[in-house]
Ligand binder design. Structure first.
Ligand SMILES: [Zn+2]
Length: 117
């Protein structure tokens, strides 16, 4: 009898912990989805800006897609790696370990403090 009460108490406690963890996971998923949508929106806006800038330069004459590709490669190589991206200095998050831009004061993913690499 006493053992049964103890077991029920443990089951209830574990169930509450599981519910709490589930709610925390749902909150994190919503935050991640929101961040994803914001980033996607920024990327689309940047792509539109780049396209408009290139078309304006191309229309003025003297600029070609090959010149653009050459300049992109030159900029890409400034960090020593030809990887199709610019790699500005980054910091590591103390809490989750992810890397984030040096210009951010806290982690993009969890909000934790970041230390320069
Ligand atoms: Zn973090």
């Amino acid at each position: 009898m006493f053992w049964d009460l103890y077991q029920h108490s443990q089951i209830r406690s574990n169930s509450q912990h599981a519910d709490k963890a589930l709610r925390a996971a749902e909150r994190t998923a919503k935050q991640t989805e929101s961040m994803h949508e914001k980033l996607e929106s920024k990327i689309e806006s940047l792509a539109l800006t780049c396209q408009a800038m290139f078309e304006m330069l191309e229309a003025r004459g003297g600029f070609t897609k090959e010149m653009l590709a050459e300049k992109m490669e030159e900029i890409d190589l400034r960090d020593g790696k030809l990887d199709g991206r610019m790699s500005p200095a980054k910091k590591s998050c103390v809490r989750c370990g992810r890397r984030t831009l040096k210009t951010r004061s806290n982690c993009l993913y969890c909000g934790g403090d970041c230390e320069p690499e």
